[in-house]
Design a protein around this ligand. Structure first.
Ligand code: UDP
Ligand code: MG
Length: 346
């Protein structure tokens, strides 16, 4: 297999209120990548703590560190997308800021890429989280994989390295609601699993709220599977067949006059059972409507064509570098904090 030579490695790190992890991240990343030519693109996803200040400091001290600051909190997937859009390397890594994805693994992953893999994605053999969260992840990945219209690996998050052409393809996809790990599988090429033990969070608390996690799961489901719609249609079909059979049964019951559980056609009881059945069917209908709503909502998001993220400030990066980002959303380059007017108190 053709061996690729690494020019530049881009490392994309989404950061949201990670002031406690950033120094350790820099130290471990710089040590792990000491033999490689790399750039680290920190994407500040609307942090309200000292994250952007620390990141600007990094960029001042070590120009390999660069900063993309988004105009507000757009969410992890949008932040990853922003980093990918500004990355320049022949090969691009995506990792979390909280050091749950060990930077020490990157050189080995890069080696696999050099041997010909286009995507080397981390697969969690173990993870240090509560039982409930682990069970939820376990169930979700398997459910999605069984329903998805493409092959989606289980227990694989966004931790991965990708070849330039894969990154360019992901960046060029106009999808607004992004499930990056799904898009990464969708493009195909040579995909390779890289098993690893997911560490505990370095410091601070998880920035993915339950609501955000649920949203991510729904996006993955709606983006990569029609199975819920088919299940809804099948449920409808099943209930219709049952209702039709019941109709025929009751007509015959009246015409022939046979007894059901000792009752004649004249005294068929059952207001309560009719009520329960109707309530159940209303429930099923509403559930299916809600499900349809998810898909319609996603279409609505897509047709609005709003940018996936808006850049406020760039440090060490040129707005012209951004691929697949509409001009007004690319932000302006700020070379040092002195260029930036002080925020006005309101
Ligand atoms: N993150 C982000 N925007 C958000 C939430 C999280 O950029 O709205 C970043 C966060 O700083 C971290 C990564 O995404 O680098 C993963 O978040 P977290 O560790 O909270 O998720 P978990 O590991 O619990 O899935
Ligand atoms: Mg984490």
């Amino acid at each position: 297999m053709a061996r690729r030579r690494l020019g530049l490695l881009s490392v994309v790190v989404p950061v949201y209120n990670e002031e406690e992890s950033l120094h350790a991240l820099r130290a471990r990343l710089t040590a792990a990548l000491a033999d490689l030519d790399f750039e680290c693109i920190l994407v500040n996803d609307g942090s309200s703590d000292a994250t952007p200040d620390i990141a600007r400091g990094f960029a001042r001290e070590d120009p390999r560190f660069k900063l993309v600051s988004l105009s507000r909190n757009f969410g992890h997937q949008a932040a990853v997308s922003a980093g990918l859009a500004f990355s320049k390397g022949a090969c691009v890594a995506v990792m979390d800021a909280d050091l749950q994805d060990p930077p020490e693994l990157l050189p080995d992953m890069v080696r696999e890429w050099a041997e010909g893999a286009d995507v080397v994605y981390g697969v969690r053999i173990s993870r240090q989280e509560g039982l409930l969260k682990r069970a939820a992840y376990h169930g979700f990945y398997r459910l999605l994989a069984s329903m998805a219209s493409i092959e989606l690996p289980v227990d694989a998050g966004d931790f991965a390295i990708m070849d330039r052409r894969v990154v360019d393809l992901i960046v060029s996809m106009g999808e607004h609601r992004r499930y990056v790990r799904g898009l990464r599988s969708w493009v195909g090429f040579r995909q390779m699993a890289f098993p690893y033990n997911r560490a505990a969070r370095h410091a601070g608390s998880a920035k993915y709220t339950l609501q955000k996690l649920f949203g991510l799961g729904l996006t993955g489901m709606v983006s990569f599977s029609y199975a819920p719609l088919r299940l809804a249609a099948l449920t409808g079909a099943g209930i219709s067949i049952l209702a039709f059979a019941a109709g025929v049964f009751f007509v015959l019951h009246r015409l022939i006059g046979f007894r059901i559980l000792g009752h004649t056609p004249e005294d068929v009881p059952g207001i309560a059972s009719v009520f329960v059945l109707m309530a159940f069917l209303f429930g099923v209908q509403l559930l299916i409507l809600g499900l349809l709503g998810e898909y319609v909502g996603q279409i609505f998001d897509e047709v609005k064509k709003r940018p996936v993220f808006i850049v406020d400030e760039l440090v060490g990066l040129d707005p012209a570098r951004a691929r697949g980002v509409p001009e007004p959303a690319r932000g302006a380059a700020v070379e040092s904090s002195a260029d930036r007017p002080e925020a006005v108190e309101r």
